[in-house]
Design a protein around this ligand. Sequence first.
Ligand code: NAD
Length: 329
Amino acid sequence: MAVLTHNEASQKVDELRKKLDKWADDYYAKDAPVVEDAVYDKTYQELVELEEQFPDLVTADSITQRVGGEIKSDLSKVEHPVPMLSMGDVFSKDELKEFDERITKLVGHPVAYNVELKIDGLSLSLEYTNGKLTRASTRGNGRVGEDVTANAKFIKDIPQTLPEPLTTEVRGECYMEKEAFATLNAERDEKGEQVFANPRNAAAGSLRQLDARITKKRNLSTFIYTWVNPPRNITSQHQAIDEMNRLGFHTNQSGRRFESMDEVFNFIDEYTAKRNDLSYGIDGIVLKVDDLSLQSKLGNTVKVPRWEIAYKFPPEEQETVVRDIEWTV
Ligand code: NAD
């Protein structure tokens, strides 16, 4: 990167933020991205690097310091007492190794990771009171999300009642299977309606509906992977997944616990090869420190947990033709 003066850097930072804010609004609020994720990620990375070079240019409202986008829908707002955060990401195995080295240094010894598929959907929180589903909400800006309780009642794999009278919160990903996405877009195309850019945006547009009957007609699914307040006997992420599965949540069974980075890399290679054969979209692999007490010790930054990281797959050849998409920065 060319060396910039402070003035030039300040102008560039403003320019990048404007661009990213607009793209984030199209993506999060309108469910209609105008650039590919890889273009967004590259521009975001450029901003991160400039902010690292010129730390005095970092502002609290910079997109690098906040989660998601502004909420503009008419759905009621819901506060998240435990914030719903974003996730750090890396794009190479070398960077993943650096993450592992950082964790090993912070913790003082090597750790085991629960390695999961990164489902390409939108975050969903489910709250239960005495075993009954009482609230479902989107991530929104991480502190305040949208109330989608009525909509969640129409997602078949979400348990409305748990087998035990638990008062608890779980989180996961709401997504649309590739086949359901193709059917929906074909129907929309036939009616002359705008097609969705990808299954992620179709899922977001289908869940965040004021009229829950529309959600009912769309074929949405979930994978639940986070237990916000697990019982004391649950001490690891992999145990949490097993127990949530037992309680009736739809959990992804491809995740594995690994103690070495070589095993993690093999898993990445396996799913880089398999990803197109899955019935749902994944955009990477997530590494989570398996031990929940270590997760608490490592804590979070303002935007992401320190104990987890996403390895993002390299961008694929375009599979679907998307209208009105700008492919270059
Ligand atoms: P993210 O979607 O990259 O990663 C965080 C999210 O991953 C979590 O909130 C969770 O919902 C999800 N997730 C999926 N599987 C998971 C698992 N097994 N465990 C834990 N979490 C899991 O981060 P983000 O902050 O939501 O969005 C940033 C990304 O969105 C960018 O990297 C970019 O690719 C995309 N984006 C694209 C545009 C665009 O215009 N194309 C605009 C904004 C954002």
